[in-house]
Design a protein. Structure first.
Length: 336
């Protein structure tokens, strides 16, 4: 029988009920729900969850026996789930119980339909780029981790900014004082990097993004670099200001002056399950509630052909406008 891992923030009432409904629906459809012991204990404390038949991850079932992971919560819950299944091939399907929920595939109101899609295997799996993050101090590597959204370097003290130099592919770009730097994937471009003023990058685009946070510099623009590039940030020693590295808001490392953070594309992507083919542009508009009134859309293909007529259709000719300094100068008389 197929096993479905159910992951939820069961400390919240809505997530607890959603987990209960999901497990009951999976069991009724002939699938085996699997949960972590702590989350299952919270479920057992409810009246309907006392006799629920659920296997425990790590005791009754292992990750290599899991067919799919259903994540009930916001983007933070999906990031925690991605950390849990990092060393496996389990794809994750998110059901949004939070606010924006860019990583989720469906909403709470569609939970019953989502379970049906899972039961009937009506989903596809796409791979999202992750990043590999290394921290160096001198010639010693002090930390090695990963992230799905971003690696964010932030000042440790609210009253003191940090002095940094940003680097791409072994070449320095600029040095300045700032509150920090976000180095993100396309998936993370709508998260912290977006809040810091970075560009929105479509998930299909293979690229990496660097976004300074509140930089005191004339040139402190977001950079979009190749997926094969190495992004780096060094904490300069001209002050004793401390910094801290956050990866997906979960894993943290202290960065004393002289630290160097290197970010590259990870060889291992994160697998996300998709149950619909909604274009990213439509998801962007819906999640951020962007105004689109007045949009007319492209001209239909059948209407693009010029109608035939006995009277020739006269259209304005294309004009080429040259810069003024290219215009011929008026002739002037040369005086002896």
């Amino acid at each position: 029988m197929r096993r479905i891992l159910v992951l939820a923030h069961t400390g919240r009432t809505d997530a607890l009920q959603a987990a209960l409904d999901t497990c009951l629906s999976l069991r009724a459809s002939g699938l085996i729900p699997v949960m972590r012991r702590l989350e299952l204990q919270n479920l057992r404390n409810t009246i309907d969850g006392e006799t629920l038949e659920v296997e425990i991850l790590g005791e009754d079932a292992e990750l290599d026996q899991i067919d799919l992971g259903m994540v009930l919560g916001g983007d933070g819950t999906v990031l925690r789930a991605a950390e849990l299944v990092r060393n496996s091939a389990v794809p994750l399907l998110g059901v949004n119980l939070g606010h924006v929920g860019f990583l989720a595939e469906s909403e709470r109101a569609d939970l019953e339909q989502t379970v049906e899609w899972v039961v009937n295997r009506e989903y596809t799996v796409e791979e999202r780029m992750a990043i590999d993050v290394q921290v160096w101090l001198g010639n010693r590597r002090t930390a090695h981790t990963w992230a799905l959204n971003e690696a964010a370097v932030e000042k440790a003290n609210r009253e003191r900014m940090i002095e940094v130099v940003m680097e791409v592919d072994g070449r320095p770009i600029s040095t300045f004082g700032c509150d920090g730097m976000v180095m993100a994937t396309p998936t993370g471009s709508t998260a912290y990097a977006f809040s810091a003023g970075g560009p929105v990058v479509w998930p299909e685009v293979e690229a990496l993004v660097m976004v300074p946070i509140s930089a005191h510099a004339l040139f402190a623009k977001p950079l979009v670099v190749a997926p094969t590039s190495t992004m780096a940030l060094e904490i300069l020693t001209r002050t004793d200001a401390q910094a801290v590295l956050w990866c997906d808001g979960r894993r943290t490392v202290d960065l004393p002056p002289g630290s160097r953070v290197e970010v590259t594309r990870s060889k291992k992507p994160v697998r996300l399950a998709r149950v619909n083919r909604t274009p990213f542009s439509e998801r962007l508009v819906r999640k951020f509630e962007l105004p689109t009134r007045g949009w007319r859309g492209p001209v239909p293909t059948q209407d693009r052909e010029t109608a035939t007529s006995a009277i020739p259709l006269v259209t304005p000719a294309m004009q080429v406008v040259e810069p003024r300094h290219y215009e011929p100068r008026a002739e002037t008389e040369h005086r002896p």
